[in-house]
Design a protein around this ligand. Structure first.
Ligand SMILES: Cc1cc2nc3c(=O)[nH]c(=O)nc-3n(C[C@H](O)[C@H](O)[C@H](O)COP(=O)(O)O)c2cc1C
Length: 173
């Protein structure tokens, strides 16, 4: 088998790998952008701090994501870090409903023009600095232009396919 084929197939059972990843507790974000006045966004857990100086953040999005396509066109995005109680928003933005995801959502536009969701614990606004290939995902590097922190809300977290609010309670996706 060629090196490429080995890389494509790997050796781990995909379901087991997915289950293993699910045991890694993450925060929950909605990554947004806007193109031609139309807001788009998706629920994302694959977000990581990358650098403080310069301020960089890393976001991993599936190649098939509509939000990824729009971010690459717009060149800007915002990472909205969700709070306890925003389960419905996380579930809504995990669908493929396009701009309709914003129906009934309370949001404004940040300094860079990307949608900022009301009630998010923090929002990090970025220019798209770089984009790397990562299997069936793409790795976005954002240069952080603005960050806002709202009060001191408990975060929404994700573990084994469920949302948990660190303020108490849990719910299915
Ligand atoms: C808790 C949670 C975390 C998710 N994390 C990611 C992620 O890190 N990257 C990703 O590409 N999709 C992630 N998804 C799936 C996307 O939200 C989903 O595929 C969505 O329909 C994509 O929408 P879009 O095509 O409009 O961008 C996650 C879904 C959930 C429920």
């Amino acid at each position: 088998m060629s090196q490429t084929s080995k890389q494509e197939q790997g050796s781990v059972d995909p379901a087991t790998y997915r289950k293993a990843l699910g045991t890694f507790v993450t925060g929950v974000t909605v990554v947004t952008t806007v193109l031609g006045g139309v807001p788009v966004g998706t629920t994302v857990s694959a977000v990581s701090a990358l650098s403080l100086s310069p301020p960089l953040i890393l976001v991993s999005l599936a190649r098939k994501s509509e939000t990824l396509a729009q971010i690459k066109r717009a060149g800007i995005f915002a990472v909205n870090i969700l709070s306890d109680g925003q389960n419905d928003i996380a579930a809504c933005f995990a669908t493929a409903a396009g701009a309709a995801k914003f129906d009934g959502i309370d949001y404004s536009y940040g300094q860079n023009g990307a949608p900022v969701l009301a009630g998010a614990g923090a929002t990090i606004e970025c220019d798209l600095e770089d984009c790397f290939s990562g299997g069936d995902h793409e790795i976005l590097v954002g240069l952080v232009r603005n960050a806002t922190v709202e009060g001191d809300p408990a975060p929404l977290v994700y573990f084994r396919g469920r949302f948990f609010g660190l303020g108490g309670g849990n719910a299915e996706v």
